[in-house]
Design a protein around this ligand. Structure first.
Ligand code: GAR
Length: 190
């Protein structure tokens, strides 16, 4: 019997975190299967990555639904059909709404490129560099109805004394991939 946990990954962009998690499942470093990728940006690079890993995708355009509740109702049905245990947001640049939270609260986690609660939002690294921050970091947290809010699960910090956001992104990305795999591994090991 397959006792592996089932993960869904939500993304809007490149999907390097998707790939890190999918690769860890493929290698057996994570005792889980990525069973669904949900993407709200048709054309995003993460869709090709999902195809390459043979992961089913649900790609939708939010504008073509009357409301967030309508597309989240469809997503919840799909998550149930796939018996998903854990939802990993990986660059899903959209607030999770009541419909999804009502069904999966406590089972949705997010990764964010700052030491939360500092520097929430879509430009966390650029904002932190502009502020003159010297210690940067990555946070993984449970998702609630607020932007990059919810209880923190894991953080990793790194020093950087410069003014190049691209370099911070490069350093942070490598840490994100390791921290996401390690954290999911710990969360699923119950
Ligand atoms: C990651 O850096 C993640 O921390 C960030 O989006 C990027 C997605 O990269 N998420 C947020 O800023 C959430 N507020 P990826 O598509 O290569 O995984």
């Amino acid at each position: 019997m397959n006792n592996k946990k089932k993960i869904a990954i939500f993304a809007s962009g490149s999907g390097t975190n998707f790939e890190a998690l999918a690769q860890a499942c493929a290698d057996g470093r994570l005792n889980a299967d990525v069973v669904l990728m949900v993407c709200d940006k048709p054309g995003a690079k993460v869709i090709e990555r999902a195809e390459r890993f043979g992961v089913e995708s649900f790609v939708f355009s939010p504008k073509s639904y009357p409301s967030k509740a309508d597309f989240e109702t469809e997503i919840v049905q799909m998550l149930r059909d796939h018996q998903v245990d854990l939802i990993c947001l990986a660059g899903y640049m959209r607030l999770v709404g009541d419909t999804l939270l009502a069904a999966y609260r406590g089972k949705i986690i997010n990764i964010h490129p700052s030491l939360l609660p500092a520097f929430k939002g879509a430009h966390a690294v650029e904002d932190a560099v502009a502020y003159g921050v010297k210690v940067f970091g990555i946070t993984i947290h449970y998702v609630d109805e607020t932007l990059d809010g919810g209880k923190i699960i894991a953080q990793r910090a790194f020093p950087y004394d410069g003014n190049d956001p691209d370099e911070v992104h490069r350093i942070g990305q490598k840490i994100e991939h390791e921290l996401y795999v390690d954290t999911v591994c710990k969360l699923l090991d119950f």
